[in-house]
Design a protein around this ligand. Structure first.
Ligand SMILES: NC(=O)c1ccc[n+]([C@@H]2O[C@H](COP(=O)([O-])OP(=O)(O)OC[C@H]3O[C@@H](n4cnc5c(N)ncnc54)[C@H](OP(=O)(O)O)[C@@H]3O)[C@@H](O)[C@H]2O)c1
Length: 314
């Protein structure tokens, strides 16, 4: 552990993944957590942060002055923002600029999917991540990038356009036996909380994988756990999926649109699989399997519905 890193600023801590990051960072001894909160943001996520005695700093990515004051006394920055390019790209570049001027010891940009530097991975949808990553490398600020495949919470939800348990349907391309990397948000957050203070992680892209499964395996698991059959719908060949992903996204499409879906579909199309997970470098942490994830989300329901709670994929 890098003992020089004590004060960590989390940006995006009121978001879905950011909330998990806040919990993971709070549970690490020696870390004092600061969270940038936009003026006007309210809600349960903020209440949880307040209840944990986090240092809340009012500010936003389009307000450089607020970023400069949020960066005072901060040793590391972790970003989990999501939004259109003026937030995801320009906003994070402002954050990076402030981090550089404040001499932070570690910068982890919002990423957490596939390797945006991999020409095979998400060529058509990770340009924004790549743009930020290139700027981070050029800035000279010590950095770590984190990839973790698709989040289970989104990959196994209807949002990713593959599993629709509520409707009893699963769609696939190819044979359904194509493997993909998935990670529970909680596990990805715990790994980020480890690497942010790990000097070995400086200047690297680290990959972490919670589980490797296929569409057919997940469908069979669901059927085993619920006793409910799923209808399989073949959408086409892997080549057809590749063609679909290669189509340019309409101009102005927000950076955040379906990044989870795209990272899952990209893997199903044979692109972007994580090659060298660093799980074993952090042996204290054993990630959740897809089986455990599905089990944890099964709720008792009327037999006719016996399904996963869509609400449980927030
Ligand atoms: N691998 C995967 O399958 C997968 C799936 C989902 C997400 N992700 C990645 O995880 C990261 C976080 O995504 P998420 O779904 O957790 O995002 P999210 O729930 O939409 O949260 C976005 C966060 O960004 C903050 N934010 C937005 N605009 C801001 C601004 N101008 N200034 C300061 N903060 C601002 C929001 O604050 P407010 O609360 O004020 O709005 C919120 O805290 C992204 O990099 C995303 O691509 C990966």
């Amino acid at each position: 552990m890098d003992t020089d890193i004590a004060h960590v600023l989390l940006v995006g801590g009121t978001g879905r993944f950011g909330g998990k990051l806040a919990s993971a960072l709070l549970s690490r001894p020696g870390i004092h957590l600061h969270v940038l909160v936009r003026p006007g943001t309210r809600g349960e996520a903020l209440r949880r942060l307040e209840a944990h005695g986090v240092t809340l700093v009012s500010g936003a990515l389009d307000d450089m002055r607020s970023l400069d004051s949020a960066l005072e006394g901060v040793d590391a920055v972790v970003s989990a923002v999501r939004g259109p390019p003026d937030v995801f790209v320009e906003g994070q570049l402002r954050l990076l600029d402030s981090a550089r001027r404040h001499g932070v010891l570690r910068f982890i940009p919002s990423d957490y999917a596939l390797d945006s530097a991999d020409p095979e991975a998400g060529r058509s949808f990770m340009a924004a991540q790549r743009h930020v990553a290139d700027a981070v490398v050029r800035s000279g600020v010590p950095y770590t990038f984190v990839s973790c495949g698709a989040f289970m919470e989104t990959a196994l939800s209807p949002q990713a356009q593959v599993f629709d348990f509520e409707r009893g349907r699963v769609s696939y391309w190819g044979t359904g036996d194509e493997p993909f990397d998935v990670t529970a948000m909680r596990d990805a957050a715990r790994w980020v909380a480890e690497v942010v203070v790990d000097p070995r992680a400086v200047g690297r892209r680290l990959e972490f994988v919670g589980d490797v499964v296929t569409v057919n395996e997940v469908a069979a698991l669901y059927e085993e756990l619920t006793g409910q059959p799923l209808q399989r719908v073949r959408r086409g060949s892997v080549e057809a999926l590749r063609g679909q992903l290669a189509r340019p996204r309409p101009a102005g499409t927000p950076v955040d649109t379906s990044s989870a879906a795209l990272s899952l579909l990209s893997q199903l199309a044979g692109k972007g699989r994580l090659r060298a997970p660093s799980n074993s470098d952090y042996p204290r942490h054993q990630p959740m399997s897809v089986r455990a994830f599905l089990q944890s989300r099964l709720i008792p329901r009327a037999p006719s519905l016996g399904a996963l709670s869509v609400e449980s994929f927030p």
